[in-house]
Design a protein around this ligand. Structure first.
Ligand SMILES: *[C@@H]1O[C@H](CO)[C@@H](O)[C@H](O)[C@H]1NC(C)=O
Ligand SMILES: *[C@@H]1O[C@H](CO)[C@@H](O)[C@H](O)[C@H]1NC(C)=O
Ligand SMILES: *[C@@H]1O[C@H](CO)[C@@H](O)[C@H](O)[C@H]1NC(C)=O
Length: 189
């Protein structure tokens, strides 16, 4: 009786052994599926700037921005639009098309016109054809300049990070159509 070890000792022992084996397995697995890659020569990060015009076309027979969620709350809070908006080099829709802004924006503020923008800029031009950057951020549309983060990219924009500055170029109060100038600053390889 006096030599019996307390139950808690065995419980602790069992837990320790289980934990150790789980940790061992986790490290073992990581060794198997994660391989550190070695660059033969270090690649240099670049900072690029470009300007595009973003066309939010709500009116007419061929809208590029479509309301998918309606909301009757204050300031339209909860409204969502799905977009496939043209990106052009000049402010006119007829100017050269370089890509599309695909994604959605949502009215995310109850106090003002504050949008959540979630979109990919998909480029179709030259060597950038098929490359994308992802913009995700807050867009208080009545402010003169709105800054939003570039949180990633693909193709020539792999590892992208940066920001955009959006300025309303034109807003048609009758139709709701808008043209917004986007200055994009992006670090990538
Ligand atoms: C890269 O280098 C590390 C550290 O020297 C090494 O452990 C790893 O196996 C190497 N990876 C490849 C893919 O050769
Ligand atoms: C939103 O409301 C407008 C105006 O009432 C209507 O024309 C449209 O079909 C509605 N859209 C959706 C997705 O409910
Ligand atoms: C872009 O890529 C697509 C699909 O790979 C191709 O069909 C199209 O012709 C390309 N456009 C340009 C301008 O190179």
């Amino acid at each position: 009786m006096a030599t019996t070890l307390p139950n808690s000792f065995f419980t602790t022992l069992v837990i320790s052994i289980l934990l150790a084996s789980v940790l061992y397995q986790a490290t073992g697995d990581a060794d198997d599926f994660l391989v550190e890659l070695n660059q033969s020569k270090p690649v240099k990060e670049k900072l690029s700037h470009f300007r595009v015009y973003w066309h939010d076309i709500i009116s007419g027979r061929d809208p590029t921005s479509v309301r998918i969620v309606n909301s009757s709350t204050r300031n339209g809070f909860g409204t969502v639009n799905m977009i496939d908006n043209p990106l052009t080099v000049g402010p006119e829709l007829s100017s050269k098309l370089v890509g599309k802004a695909q994604g959605f924006y949502a009215l995310a503020s109850q106090e003002e016109l504050g949008l959540l923008m979630t979109m990919n800029f998909v480029f179709i031009e030259g060597k950038y054809n098929g490359s994308t950057i992802t913009v995700l951020g807050r867009n208080a549309v009545l402010n003169e300049v709105r800054e939003m983060p570039v949180i990633g990219g693909s193709g020539l924009f792999r590892f992208a990070r940066g920001y955009v500055q959006a300025r309303t170029h034109m807003f048609d109060i009758k139709t709701g159509d808008a043209t917004v100038e986007y200055n994009v600053y992006v670090m990538h390889y």
